[in-house]
Write a protein that binds this ligand. Structure first.
Ligand SMILES: Nc1ncnc2c1ncn2[C@@H]1O[C@H](COP(=O)(O)OP(=O)(O)OP(=O)(O)O)[C@@H](O)[C@H]1O
Length: 586
């Protein structure tokens, strides 16, 4: 029942709709207690040989009227309560989705996609059922039981009523024993379901790897184990849930036995008439459904309760990124200053960045190189405001980046990583993702800048060519260039290419870099790369190692320093020289 208290905010917001629905439900239940009373009267007329045609007609007319009223009320409660439940699901889904959108990188590191999906589907459906079936069964069964018992007392006999309902408290004891067990079983079920969807989702995404490494059998086995486990948990749910129905049957049978023994005695003693005993039998029959509905109700409520707690646990997670709604929303061009004394990832004390000090003039290009794992991406992630918890400050265009409104700041940045996500739509829509209304000419312009236009023109439907899920029909280099075009279309104040040219050949790389140089003279560009050729013309090049800047300067200057940069440059030069010889390109 506590789930109703937890959902009080929603029922309060929609009290009008629920009040009408519940009133209609009450009227339906009220209309149900009249026919048994009338059947009793009718039986007495028959037994006393006093039945006339006119009485029969009036009797039938009243019954018809009651059925019509009941039909109208049923329609009324159905539409109001079902509409309310749909509204609750929509409200929670929107809140959850907004929450997912607001959350930071550590949140997505902590929760897996399958888990988040199961919260948004399975859990929300269970909560939605509380506001429809739950409300219906709770009010219907309670109102039914109360009205039937009152009718039994008023129209038959209070002693007989007391004796007939005497076994009911045993049902209540049974329910209080079953409920917590049912809840534990449901929580285990939902958690198991999350793990299962997570596994399925990861397997679908990594299908190529699984198959090429010959792990299909192992994956199937692992999934089978999870489904077997889920079947066991489900059986446990069914075992606990199934305890209620037999208990209700035993209790109701006991009530019937008591009614036959004592009711017969009352008729023989003339305490009640035969008609009243017939009414009583019908009333007792009307108690059967609410009893079973109570069982269903606990199932729905406990499932909803467990799901609500899971969803609220997720919603209580707070983003570590402070977004000031009144923050600056105008972002111009300007200097970029990065001073980070130290940074470690949340939940990991290892210092990843140490004493980073960068000053980049307006419209300049910064190049970042260094061995794998040296901290280049981490620094870019700070610039992208994925983490705010660093010791130091980052200023852009005269303001700390944390003083900008997050959405405004991020929309001024064009970020392209090595692995880009493409949407399963056509190329033009992928490029124009930030503004679907952008004219086709603009889309073509940025595609040309990204050296992609010629490739697109070779495709069957050119800019309308569908790229498949995550751009599966495109080559790695084409995917990267779609992502570059997508970033360029917003004409970002800061463009970040994080190893974003790794899948394109040297000639295309040169073409893109030249185009960017011509196009972005006033704006900041940051290029992180393992290939020195990507950063060779940068105004400032930084070499990272173990989270520190170990060399800095322009290309010639760095080559002269004869350090990591010079060594890597010469090695790469030599490698490309031999490669060109082998392919006959020189
Ligand atoms: N989410 C994370 N939690 C903890 N440590 C992390 C996390 N992401 C990266 N690291 C660690 O931070 C260090 C720097 O990684 P980073 O990705 O910044 O390097 P990089 O220079 O960009 O490397 P690459 O060129 O391979 O992309 C690595 O030791 C890595 O293991």
């Amino acid at each position: 029942m506590s789930i109703f208290i937890k959902l009080k905010w929603f029922f309060k917001e929609n009290w009008r709709m629920y009040s009408i629905g519940i009133l209609m439900l009450f009227l339906t239940d009220l209309s149900r207690v009249i026919p048994p009373y009338m059947i009793g009267l009718f039986t007495n007329k028959v037994v006393d040989h006093k039945l006339t045609w006119s009485y029969l007609m009036i009797f039938l007319a009243i019954l018809l009227l009651i059925f019509l009223l009941s039909y109208f009320c049923r329609y009324g409660w159905n539409t109001h309560i079902v509409k309310g439940a749909a509204l609750l699901e929509r409200t929670l889904r929107k809140r959850l989705y907004d929450h997912y959108m607001e959350m930071d990188a550590p949140f997505y590191q902590k929760y897996r996609t399958g888990d988040l999906m199961s919260h948004a589907s399975n859990d929300l459906s269970s909560i939605q059922r509380v506001a429809s079936g739950g409300i219906l069964m709770a009010f219907d069964s309670t109102a039914n039981i109360i009205l039937v018992v009152i009718s039994m007392i008023l129209f038959v006999d209070w002693r007989l009523t007391l004796i007939a309902i005497f076994p009911l408290p045993f049902l209540a004891i049974g329910v209080s024993w079953i409920m917590p067990r049912l809840r534990r079983a449901f929580t285990a079920y939902q958690e198991g379901f999350s793990k299962m969807s997570d596994h399925a989702q990861e397997s679908f995404l990594g299908m190529k790897v699984i198959k090429t490494l010959g792990q299909s059998e192992e994956d199937i086995q692992a999934f089978d184990q999870q489904t077997d486990q889920q079947v066991k948990i489900n059986a446990q749910v069914a075992r606990v849930d199934s305890l209620f129905d037999p208990l209700a049957t035993v209790v109701m049978t006991f009530s019937y036995v008591l009614m036959i023994i004592l009711g017969g005695q009352f008729v023989l003693n003339k305490t009640i008439t035969i008609g009243q005993l017939v009414s009583f039998t019908a009333y007792l029959g009307q108690l059967v459904w609410p009893m079973f509905a109570l069982g269903q109700l606990f199932n729905v409520l406990e499932r909803g309760n467990a799901s609500y707690d899971r969803v609220m646990d997720l919603m209580s997670e707070e983003s570590s990124i402070h977004d000031d709604p009144n923050g600056l929303s105008e972002i111009g061009v300007g200097e970029l200053n990065i001073r980070v004394k130290s940074f470690n990832y949340p939940d990991d004390p290892k210092i990843i960045l140490k004493n980073i000090d960068i000053k980049l003039g307006e419209g300049q290009t910064l190049g970042l190189v260094g061995p794998v794992g040296s901290g280049k991406t981490t620094m870019l992630r700070l610039l992208l405001r994925e983490f705010d918890s660093y010791d130091g400050e980052i200023d852009f265009s005269g303001h700390d980046i944390r003083d900008y409104k997050l959405s405004s700041y991020l929309s001024a940045i064009g970020y392209v990583s090595q692995n880009n996500f493409l949407f399963s739509t056509n190329i033009a829509k992928n490029i124009a993702f930030s503004n679907p209304k952008i004219p086709r000419a603009e889309v073509e312009k940025v595609a040309k800048l990204a050296a992609l236009h010629d490739d697109i023109m070779q495709m069957p439907n050119q800019y309308d060519t569908e790229v498949g899920e995550n751009g599966i029909t495109l080559s790695g280099g084409q995917q990267q260039r779609v992502a570059i075009a997508r970033a360029l279309i917003v004409n970002p104040a800061i463009l970040i290419l994080d190893d974003a040219l790794s899948a394109v050949d040297a000639r295309t790389e040169k073409e893109i870099l030249n185009a960017l140089k011509g196009q972005r003279q006033d704006q900041t560009t940051i290029i992180s790369a393992s290939r020195i050729s990507s950063v060779i013309n940068a105004d400032q090049i930084l070499v990272f190692k173990n989270g520190k800047i170990i060399e800095r300067g322009q290309h010639e200057n760095l080559v002269a320093q004869d350090g990591y940069y010079a060594k890597t440059f010469h090695e790469q030069e030599l490698a490309s020289h031999y490669e060109a010889k082998l392919t006959g390109g020189e």
